[in-house]
Design a protein around this ligand. Structure first.
Ligand SMILES: CC(C)(COP(=O)(O)OP(=O)(O)OC[C@H]1O[C@@H](n2cnc3c(N)ncnc32)[C@H](O)[C@@H]1OP(=O)(O)O)[C@@H](O)C(=O)NCCC(=O)NCCS
Length: 213
């Protein structure tokens, strides 16, 4: 993304579906051919527990996601759902998306999952760093929010390493309660209450937790 492109988009231009190189990873729009890999990955109990994917997750859910839901988010300019793929292999490793893009306030939310077989190798952390930097430049965001359940230690670690800093429990804020409800209540019970984190323009890409200004 050149400076002119970033500047233009900061003033509200729509972002077309793009590919974002991220070292050994490539973030790219979903394709219809991703449906079988999405279907297989989303059978995972952790993805069904900690994200908002339908549960149980059917072939129809996967097909609808890659052919309708994800393209519609790009088209409506409300989100940028990326497939996380291996740069060399092209294999689908996961999903990461910037959602609820609010250009007026320069904010959005980010969510992700990584297929069980690809975990523990830094895939989510690298993808989150890349999509965060990209969204600040390409979408003109000043703030990206991330919600994870209190009990989701792996996601907490990913967020911290990608430069997000804790802001407390979203269950205590109006927005957090709204998001929990929209997620069909995966987080409202006890220890599954969400933590709210964010990264500002000054977030450290090397994973340092940003000090509050
Ligand atoms: C969370 C998730 C995306 C992490 O993907 P990943 O590619 O394995 O993540 P990374 O390899 O970049 O980093 C994982 C970190 O969490 C740590 N971790 C993994 N499991 C953990 C656990 N049970 N408790 C504490 N830390 C854990 C790893 O050690 C690693 O930290 P480290 O590099 O300091 O050792 C993946 O586990 C997942 O898809 N989970 C289900 C869906 C989900 O939770 N999505 C996020 C919703 S907010």
């Amino acid at each position: 993304m050149d400076a002119a492109g970033a500047r233009a988009n900061a003033y509200g231009d729509r972002v077309q579906p793009v590919e974002v190189p991220a070292g050994r990873l490539l973030l790219r729009p979903f394709r219809p051919s991703d449906a079988p890999a999405v279907l297989a990955a989303c059978q995972d109990a952790a993805i069904q527990r900690w994200t908002t994917v339908p549960s149980p997750y059917s072939e129809g859910d996967a097909v609808a996601f890659v052919t309708e839901i994800a393209p519609a988010e790009w088209a409506a300019d409300t989100g940028t759902p990326f497939a996380i793929s291996g740069a060399a292999t092209g294999r689908l490793l996961g999903s990461i998306g910037v959602h609820r893009v609010d250009r007026r306030h320069g904010s959005a939310e980010v969510g992700y999952w990584v297929a069980a077989a690809a975990r523990g190798r830094g895939v989510a952390t690298e993808a989150l760093r890349a999509v965060t930097s990209w969204s600040f430049a390409a979408l003109g965001l000043g703030r990206l929010e991330l919600l994870h359940a209190v009990g989701n230690r792996a996601s907490c670690r990913v967020a911290s390493r990608a430069g997000f800093r804790p802001e407390g429990s979203a269950a205590r804020s109006r927005g957090g309660e709204r998001r929990a409800r929209r997620c069909r209540d995966p987080w409202s019970a006890g220890g599954r209450r969400p933590h709210r984190l964010s990264a500002g323009q000054g977030a450290q890409p090397d994973g340092q937790i940003q000090k509050k200004a």
